[in-house]
Design a protein around this ligand. Structure first.
Ligand code: ADP
Length: 407
């Protein structure tokens, strides 16, 4: 059974085609700069024997429809294609960023679901509209294949009210749904399941703290397999220090910027989302660059690292208190998976919480899930590579075979 997973941005489409019989990736790729003259489609065909054929097609892709048609033509190409025709695609799974309170599970997309996703657009104005474009386009190109929406917010819908209500006038929640939602849910859910598998224990008995550290970064507190708190909020701006986002700060800072520096709301939005975080402190948002500069003695890069890892440490302490008992701390995402120095700093001085890292294991490169705490450690510290696309493909299959409903 072939499942196509699509992640649509405002000017991009990322995709992977899975054969769910053995969860093999048959093809993967990304179309960038849709609508511009300098559009670029990078398409990779993978064989089970490990060969990769890469094809790059540069040119003008006027809209998402044209882009997805070209991707489909490559997937079905008689020479380099991996399926005979469109009907080979059993289903299409879509990443949808914001499901609001409506969607607690993934489910099959129909017109009513599209209207509900539209209703949640004010909560994610930059993400939900392109996700909807992807859905509409895929529905018209693959009219015979069921389409499934998998929401970034859904995993966090088990968070109790005391953790998702802001101390604001309650009316803002009741009338406008202003509350914590959390994001990266597909990744947190995937690594939680993988950790349970690795530890050979049922997820429903595990208390975990998962750290998704990529360009965006978030943490989740998971109790008996269910999410009970997460660091991102109404939007992905809250919580940890990120590549270019500030994360937590005094909510009065925007007033200060407006009143004393005459900044507009747009300027402030730009600063907090695009000019802050690691980039704001030291000028670089790529963790590899920050680490390189810090190692060469750059004081601001060192400070950025300190602020970044100190924030994480505070959240680990907070979530350990929330959970009461902690079984494992799980690192994932580009930084979580690949930066031993960051992992080490996040866990330094946490032996009071039974959290310790074995320096040798921490620096050992490895493809799959692994333990980096000493064997006898009270809390297992794990590195678990995330795979959001595979999780979306699995959820898509599950929903279709199980005929799940949306909430
Ligand atoms: P996204 O959130 O866009 O999916 P990723 O999960 O791919 O991002 O993470 C991107 C981040 O991972 C970047 O900050 C990058 O510098 C960092 N990263 C990737 N590889 C390494 C590495 N070997 N060492 C340190 N950081 C790394």
């Amino acid at each position: 059974m072939k499942i196509l997973v699509i992640n649509t941005g405002s000017s991009s489409i990322k995709y992977q085609l899975f054969d769910m019989d053995d969860e093999a990736v048959l093809a993967t790729g990304m179309l960038e700069r849709i609508g511009e003259d300098s559009g670029k489609l990078t398409h990779i065909t993978l064989s089970r024997e490990g060969t990769r054929i890469k094809k790059i097609m540069e040119g003008h892709y006027p809209d998402h429809g044209q882009g997805l048609e070209t991707i489909t033509a490559l997937l079905t190409d008689p020479e380099c294609g991996v399926i005979r025709d469109k009907s080979d695609i059993f289903a299409v799974g879509h990443r949808v960023v914001h499901g609001g309170e409506t969607f607690q599970t993934p489910g099959i997309i129909d017109d009513a679901v599209i209207r509900e996703i539209e209703k949640n657009t004010p909560l994610a104005p930059l993400h939900n509209p392109p996700n909807l474009t992807g859905i509409r386009t895929a529905r018209s190109i693959f009219p015979e294949s069921p389409q499934v929406a998998v929401f970034d917010t859904a995993f966090h819908q088990t968070i109790p009210k005391k953790a998702y209500i802001y101390a604001l006038p309650y009316d803002l929640y009741e009338r406008h749904r202003v509350r914590r939602y959390g994001f990266h849910g597909t990744s947190h859910a995937y690594v939680a399941e993988k950790s349970a598998e690795y530890l050979n224990r049922p997820l429903c008995q595990l208390n975990l703290i998962t750290l998704h550290l990529g360009n965006g970064a978030s943490m989740a507190a998971i109790q008996n397999g269910q999410c009970v708190d997460t660091s991102m909020g109404l939007t992905p701006l809250e919580g940890l220090v990120m590549g270019t986002r500030s994360g937590d700060m005094d909510p009065a800072i925007p007033f200060f910027l407006a009143n004393h520096l005459n900044m507009s709301l747009n300027d402030i939005d730009g600063i907090l989302n695009k000019e802050s975080g690691l980039k704001g402190i030291c000028g670089a948002n790529d963790m590899r660059v920050v680490l390189e500069r810090a190692a060469k003695g750059d004081g601001l890069a060192e400070l950025a690292l300190e602020v970044y890892t100190y924030r994480i440490k505070k959240y680990i302490g907070a979530y350990a208190a929330v959970l009461g008992r902690l079984d494992a701390l799980v690192f994932t995402g580009g930084i979580g998976e690949n930066a031993p120095a960051v992992r080490e700093r996040c866990c330094q001085g946490l032996s009071c919480l039974n959290i310790e890292i074995d320096p040798g294991e921490n620096h050992q490169p490895h493809d799959g899930p692994r333990q980096i705490s000493p064997p006898e450690a009270g809390v297992k510290v794990l590195v678990v590579p995330t795979n959001e696309e595979l999780k979306i493909a699995r959820e898509t299959l599950k929903v279709i075979l199980g005929g799940a409903s949306m909430s």
